[in-house]
Write a protein of this length. Sequence first.
Length: 149
Amino acid sequence: MVVADRHSRTGIRIGEELPPRLQQVTQEGINAFHVAFGGSNPIHTDPEAAKHTELGATVQHGVRTLYTVFAMLFERYPLGLARRGALEAKFIAPVTPGDVISCHCLALERRQEDERQILVFDIWAMNQKGAKVLVGRASVVEAAGSGSA
């Protein structure tokens, strides 16, 4: 039996984007994430050490950027993501303090798999210069017949 999320009944049309979400990147936020998840790489938290790297600055953990995309999907489709949903992403450019990242989820397709209706999203994140920093795909389970084509 498939249990529908309350939001999946409203459906999202293929080609429609969830409302984008902004992430202000600060060194304090990077440090807090680093501590919470037990990081050990100084490239994230030590600006002095990071000055001597190719980037010349600290960088945000890629998973912190991905978390914003995950939160967007989970808020809309909590059961659909938790029950056989999937998230696949590539981190393609560094994110540094001072960046403003916009995260996006665009509905690409619906398909039927057994008794489940799967909604597939193109996901990406861009910095304030318009450069993509993360790309990937996500899928959630919807109730059969809940969406619009």
